[in-house]
Write a protein that binds this ligand. Structure first.
Ligand SMILES: Cc1ncc(COP(=O)(O)O)c(C=O)c1O
Length: 480
């Protein structure tokens, strides 16, 4: 009997069955030319009516995966395309002159070729993961529905913005859906926020270590990073307060919940202070909220904008860490900069991806999103705990590891005598590369650090990669 993997009540049965057969075709279990069982047989295998199977076959035929010939029955017609010999999944390009060397290294490692060989570099989610699969089913359904595209605002598909409003209302943020702009991911949302509130030459405060994408963006936009040291409680309070009151910064970038890379979440009092400083000093604060839904202790942590009174705080986020970064869907709550922000994005991208936005709205509004997010959070926590326990037991007291409040990374300090460049050279060779601490600041502050991105995965390849990396570090510790 055929089993329906990930059987869901959200989707008509014929689409679930079509999805099941499609998977078998794409993974080669049903090879090109294979004759499918007769309609009656399929109906009996899947315990559905003959009409349902006819709809399944119509769907597969529309996708070009099968062909129906008189007297020959139904045959699979799908041949996976072999990649051309010259194909390079991450085509190299020369970075623009003037980009800081740290930003260049980050681009090289994580965007240009890192996804090809670095197990621990990026949070690249597998399309097999539950949340992506559910989103994909909605997307599939939306694409197959005979629907006319509505007249959508360049700010984004309204039901998606309404669904996001509902999610933020659970986090104590009252918002109207017309105050949300849909973007192509969080980095895109951040870029436009910086373009709106800063001018070339401005100073932007940023706690470091910081997501290297910020530093790259600042360089690209000719903005100067003013680094504020992170502590286990968040950006050093006195330093941040002094920088905010210096009269010399145009904006603050902050990643207050499950900070990348340290995993730190700041207290509610601290969030309130930041929002108060922003309003009193009229300094825009751009809050990166991308990891908030991966907070292990509190499902709905209140963001800094929840304490905002006059709209000086903006929030940027995306689905990259929960559904995946392949679909490039993010958003910005631009506060008082709404008109300028929406104008900026409208000019830059004219309109958003209609069907993808619709699929996401349906998924967020569906019955499974919350429980799947809870599951995903639990899996992330188990994965970080397991990796952390392994590293501690193998590498002992020589290394310092963060205890993240959430997120997807471990930030690790190796002793001064360990040559991190050499660890990385060996890790690359053994297909267990990571991002070195040096790319998380423009100053040489984090040379002894490494960041490991950990993603729950059922496959042993991943555990083997962690074991290889641990062995490399262990050897370097022992020879030090
Ligand atoms: C803190 C942080 N902000 C932004 C991004 C970029 O997100 P997106 O892929 O949605 O552009 C990342 C990606 O790793 C991140 O870790």
């Amino acid at each position: 009997m055929n089993q329906l993997a990930g059987n869901t009540t959200e989707q008509p049965q014929y689409l679930q069955i079509a999805g099941n057969i499609e998977q078998q075709i794409r993974n080669g279990a049903l090879a090109h030319g294979t004759r499918l069982a007769p309609v009656r047989q399929l109906a009996s295998d899947y315990h559905v009516s003959i009409n349902t199977i006819r709809s399944v076959l119509d769907t597969l035929e529309q996708q070009g995966l099968i062909s129906r010939q008189p007297r020959q029955g139904v045959r699979v017609c799908f041949q996976p395309q072999a990649a051309p010999a010259s194909y390079q999944p991450f085509e190299p390009f020369k970075a623009a002159p003037g980009l800081a060397v740290q930003a260049q290294k980050w681009l090289d490692a994580s965007i240009l070729n890192g996804q090809a060989n670095g197990q621990f570099i990026n949070m690249v989610l597998s399309p097999e993961l539950e949340m992506f699969r559910s989103f994909q089913r909605h997307y599939h359904k939306v694409l197959l529905q005979p629907s006319r595209r509505g007249m959508e605002s360049s700010a984004g598909y309204l039901p998606l913005r309404e669904a996001l409003c509902r999610l933020y209302s659970r986090r104590d943020v009252s918002l109207d859906s017309t105050r949300i702009q849909i973007t192509s991911g969080c980095q895109h949302a951040m870029e436009h926020a910086l373009r709106v509130v800063c001018r070339p030459g401005d100073n932007v405060a940023v706690p470091t270590p910081a997501f290297p994408g910020y530093l790259a963006l600042l360089g690209q936009l000719r903005l100067n990073a003013v680094e504020v040291p992170m502590t286990p409680a968040g950006p050093d309070y006195a330093s941040l307060k002094a920088v905010m009151h210096s009269g010399d910064i145009a904006a603050l970038i902050i990643n207050p919940i499950c900070h990348n890379p340290t995993g730190v979440t700041i207290s509610d009092d601290y969030k309130r202070d930041i929002a108060n400083w922003a309003n009193a000093l009229k300094i825009p604060v751009i809050e990166d909220d991308i990891c908030a839904s991966l907070n292990f202790s509190e499902a709905s942590p209140k963001p800094v904008i929840g304490y905002d009174t006059d709209g000086w705080c903006m929030l940027v986020s995306s689905i990259s860490k929960i559904v995946g970064d392949s679909e490039r869907l993010g958003w910005c709550l631009p506060g008082r900069f709404r008109d300028a922000y929406m104008t900026q994005v409208a000019i830059s991208q004219i309109s958003g991806p209609y069907f993808r936005q619709k699929a996401l709205a349906n998924y967020l509004n569906g019955s499974r999103f919350n429980s799947q997010l809870r599951n995903w959070r639990a899996q992330m926590k188990a994965c970080l705990d397991e990796a952390s326990a392994l590293l501690k037991s193998e590498l002992g007291p020589h290394i310092e590891i963060t205890s993240p409040s959430g997120g997807y990374a471990l930030w690790i300090r190796l002793p001064d005598y360990v040559d991190v460049t050499e660890v990385r050279r060996q890790a690359k060779e053994q297909d267990c590369d990571f991002l070195p601490g040096e790319v998380f600041s423009l100053a040489p502050r984090f040379k002894q650090y490494i960041r490991l991105v950990l993603i729950p995965s059922g496959d042993t390849q991943y555990q083997q990669a962690l074991a290889r990396l641990t062995a490399i570090i262990k050897l370097m510790l022992n020879s030090g």
